[in-house]
Design a binder for this molecule. Structure first.
Ligand code: HSE
Length: 437
């Protein structure tokens, strides 16, 4: 069979990894695919870098538009990132009848609906395994491996930068800002870390997984997103004392009232495998009604791990290029005409257990005042610790773990607690998930 001809847009970290893994594992990939996958042209702004990586083996240009209209190219691999030029190029490639492989989570989370509709009308494949959790084949697992299941929930550590920061905060008893600086110095965190530390990158990935898990359209603006910038080391330490770890989780849950889509720091029991995923690694737990909880672990970023996912998509294109549209796996796992909207619950309507920390005057009756507020709101306490005041202090930290309640109810209770004269400042609230059923 004739080779699959690939046009590569962007030969930076992931593009370079894709180029070298395809070259190194050429034979092994051919033995599986029965067809060669050949990068025929590369476009990159940095021609010096592009020529260095490709070593004269491939034609290099700085004009990406010349690739998306090249009749000799079957599939465009988009690795330039961003949502402006990338969107324009992907749309042009599809208009020209080319299949698309992309690692661009923002592009799929924000413009996936438009891209899939156009791709369907042109009968082309759009594949995006590398967009979520780097080298972990989570899209494949959700779309194909778990196809028999009604997916109930997903909970994932899907941002390596923040997981690295949280791991270091715990291990070295450092503050967020101290670890961030160190991570930037070592090149683990971007100089503008906003997308990672504010949870936006994780929210893009969560949106994509949820669309596939539940058969819903992309609706990124409805994902509740809270990062780790305000997390205090103190809370990470108290969580450990109580048998928990704090992780930035992307959580998607199907409930009787709709779907919860949220990214935020979360306490999870230390005994769960996923609580022990440290450093820059990623892990996703998926609960299917038939299979139960399943766990996927691996590198969520990096040149070759991400290239591994890009090439898996290229192999799928090589295999399915000549299959009819109906024979291919649908973009979002569900038949395109079966994608249907479910209500996405506002954060006030989600159900969660909570970690609460407050600073209180150490005098009789304070605890009773607080627990009375909980009792009146049907909030059940699961555990509690109180720290003795330091010498010369008359205030103490109290930490509560609660059972599940609605977030709106918890927020109202917190407002009442904060208005008590014995409470100093604000109550720190962190959501908590058992991840057991
Ligand atoms: N910046 C991401 C992370 C990797 O830290 O996991 C690419 O999505």
């Amino acid at each position: 069979m004739k080779p699959l001809k690939v046009g590569l847009l962007g030969i930076g970290t992931v593009g370079g990894g894709t180029f070298s893994v395809l070259l190194r594992n050429k034979q092994e990939i051919f033995r599986r695919t029965g067809r060669e996958i050949e990068i025929v042209r590369v476009a990159d702004r940095d021609l010096v870098r592009a020529n260095e990586v490709t070593q004269g083996k491939v034609e290099v240009t700085d004009d990406p538009f010349s690739l998306v209209k090249d009749p000799n190219i079957d599939v465009i691999v988009e690795l330039i990132g961003g949502t402006s030029l990338a969107r324009e190029l992907v749309i042009k490639a599809i208009e020209n009848g080319k299949h698309v492989v992309t690692a661009n989570k923002a592009l799929i989370a924000l413009h996936g609906n438009e891209i899939f509709a156009m791709a369907e009308s042109k009968g082309v494949i759009v594949a995006f395994e590398a967009a979520v959790a780097g080298g972990i084949p989570i899209i494949k697992a959700l779309r194909e491996g778990l196809v028999a299941n009604r997916i109930e929930w997903i909970a994932g550590i899907i941002n390596g930068t923040t997981n690295f920061i949280l791991s270091e905060m715990l291990e070295k008893s450092l503050t967020f800002n101290e670890v961030l600086k160190e991570a930037q110095r070592l090149g683990y965190a971007e100089s503008d870390p906003t997308f990672d530390v504010e949870g936006i990158d994780a929210a893009h990935k969560l949106m994509i997984m949820s669309a596939i898990a539940f058969g819903i359209p992309m609706q990124f603006d409805k994902v509740y997103t809270e990062g780790i910038t305000k997390l205090a080391s103190k809370d990470i330490m108290y969580a450990v004392e109580l048998g928990y770890r704090v992780k930035l989780l992307g959580i998607a849950k199907r409930t009787n009232d709709g779907v919860e889509l949220r990214v935020h720091p979360t306490l999870i029991p230390q005994k769960r495998l996923v609580a022990n995923v440290n450093g820059a690694m990623n892990a996703v737990v998926v609960k299917g009604d038939a299979v139960g909880p399943t766990l996927y672990y691996g590198a969520g970023a990096g040149a070759e791990p991400t290239a591994s996912a890009v090439i898996a998509d290229l192999v799928d294109v090589a295999r399915m290029q000549f299959a009819s549209f109906e024979q291919r796996v649908p973009y979002l796992a569900f038949q395109n005409n079966q994608i249907s909207n479910l209500p996405i619950l506002p954060i006030e309507e989600i159900q969660s257990a909570y970690y609460l920390r407050m600073r209180v005057l150490d005098k009789p009756g304070v605890l009773a005042e607080i627990t009375k507020i909980f009792a009146l709101r049907q909030i059940s306490i699961d555990a509690m610790i109180q720290r003795e005041p330091q010498e010369n202090e008359d205030e103490a930290d109290i930490v509560f773990l609660t059972h599940i309640t609605q977030e709106g109810n918890m927020n109202a209770a917190i407002a009442e607690i904060e208005s008590l004269s014995a409470i100093d400042g604000r109550v720190t609230k962190i959501r908590m998930e058992e991840l057991s059923k």
